[in-house]
Design a protein around this ligand. Structure first.
Ligand code: HEM
Ligand SMILES: *[C@@H]1O[C@H](CO)[C@@H](O)[C@H](O)[C@H]1NC(C)=O
Ligand SMILES: *[C@@H]1O[C@H](CO)[C@@H](O)[C@H](O)[C@H]1NC(C)=O
Length: 337
């Protein structure tokens, strides 16, 4: 009798704790899943070297809002406005890459690999293709069925480091993760509208931000002449490379990015503020001197980001189409998880 209850206790323990992410979650259910993801990302990367930066940003936005549950991938429908259509739908891109991967995976093993995992894996492969480290990524995420524009409270690029730290703490990422993950801004593009204030009206002075390197300021003034832009029409705005301190704007390279930060060459206000904040400036200096340290910490912080608020086990579902929930009626109900 005592043995039986012990067995039951153990069983209950296993049932309540076994649903966590694990490395190679699909090794039995879809053995080629990770290979297929990698092949499709590689194919897109060969046509467009900016694909990894698009994926990285998509992954951040997915995880920051409602956890890494693929909710950023859902389209709006008749009754529900989805996260991706938040007033600045924030110029997110590479949704087509995810669709392409999903189509290939559905051919291979129908209804097995979640969209949340596809995005996390594709991002991981994008990091590697951009020169970052290859990291083992735990999988087993399930897809959420809710995506609501009202849930989108992403940090603005004009906030202070302290505010960004607070925002990251709310998803259990610390100041090291923040400083490291902002290193993702060593690749990709930035629309002028996200830093126009720095060029023309820094903190209401009507003058440029004095912390911008003078040569860079001249360049940016040319690329972003005075013009009106709102978050609603920012997708039509012109853009510059996010990393202005390098000749390789698609190489995930902490050294050039943090060197730029420490020398007035960051494009976004928040990135520039890393130089003026204790701790973040010290870490930035360490990353300049040790590319290896940056690569290692970046992988660690990406794995941590990928764990935020995940659904596992029987929670949520595995979507058949990343843009739609399986029963199209539940997408506007915020009570279901
Ligand atoms: C407080 C935190 C953050 C803020 C305020 C922020 C803000 C921004 C802004 C304003 C852009 C420009 C978007 C555009 O013009 O299309 C951008 C781009 C980007 N962000 Fe962030 N970001 C943050 C954190 C992150 C994190 C954690 C990651 C990755 C792990 C990331 C990865 C990227 C990438 C790769 C791009 C380039 C996107 C592209 O090429 O389309 N960001 N970010
Ligand atoms: C972003 O919003 C604009 C305007 O609301 C829309 O035309 C565009 O398709 C949206 N992009 C995505 C990826 O949803
Ligand atoms: C964006 O909107 C602003 C304000 O409504 C307008 O003045 C500007 O011309 C628009 N820009 C583009 C590129 O549509």
């Amino acid at each position: 009798m005592a043995i039986l209850s012990l067995v039951l206790l153990l069983l209950a323990h296993i049932i309540t704790t076994s649903f966590s992410l694990q490395i190679h979650f699909y090794s039995k259910s879809c053995p080629r899943a990770e290979i297929i993801v990698k092949q499709v990302v590689q194919k897109h990367f060969q046509q467009d070297p900016s694909v990894p930066s698009g994926l990285l940003r998509l992954q951040f936005h997915d995880c920051f809002v409602r956890g890494c549950d693929g909710s950023i991938l859902l389209d709006s429908d008749g009754h529900n406005v989805a996260e991706k259509n938040a007033p600045p739908n924030l110029t997110l891109r590479t949704f087509d890459v995810i669709d392409d991967i999903k189509a290939e995976l559905e051919k291979e093993c129908r209804g097995v690999v979640s969209c949340a995992d596809i995005l996390a894996l594709a991002t991981r492969d994008g990091v590697k293709l951009s020169g970052g480290a290859a990291y083992a990524l735990p999988t087993g995420r399930r897809d959420g069925v809710v995506s609501n524009v009202a849930d989108v409270h992403l940090p603005s690029p004009m906030i202070s480091v302290a505010e960004a730290v607070a925002a990251f703490l709310s998803i259990n990422l610390d100041i090291v993760d923040l400083t490291t993950l902002l290193g993702a801004h060593s690749i990709g593009l930035c629309h002028c509208g996200f830093f126009m204030d720095r060029l023309y009206n820094h903190k209401g002075t009507g003058l440029p931000d004095p912390s911008i390197d003078p040569t860079l300021l001249t360049t940016l003034l040319k690329k972003c002449p005075p013009h009106a832009v709102t978050l609603q029409n920012i997708t039509q705005d012109s853009s510059v490379f996010m990393n202005q301190a390098t000749t390789t704007p698609f190489l995930l390279d902490g050294s050039s990015f943090y060197h730029g930060v420490l020398n007035g060459m960051a494009v976004l206000q928040l990135d520039q503020e890393l130089a003026f904040t204790d701790l973040t400036n010290k870490l930035a200096a360490r990353f300049v001197n040790s590319p290896k340290l940056f690569r290692k910490q970046f992988s660690k912080s990406m794995v941590k980001l990928g764990n935020v608020g995940v659904l596992t086990g029987e929670e949520g579902e595995v979507r058949l189409n990343c843009r739609r929930v399986n029963s199209a009626t539940s997408s506007n109900s915020s009570t279901k998880v």
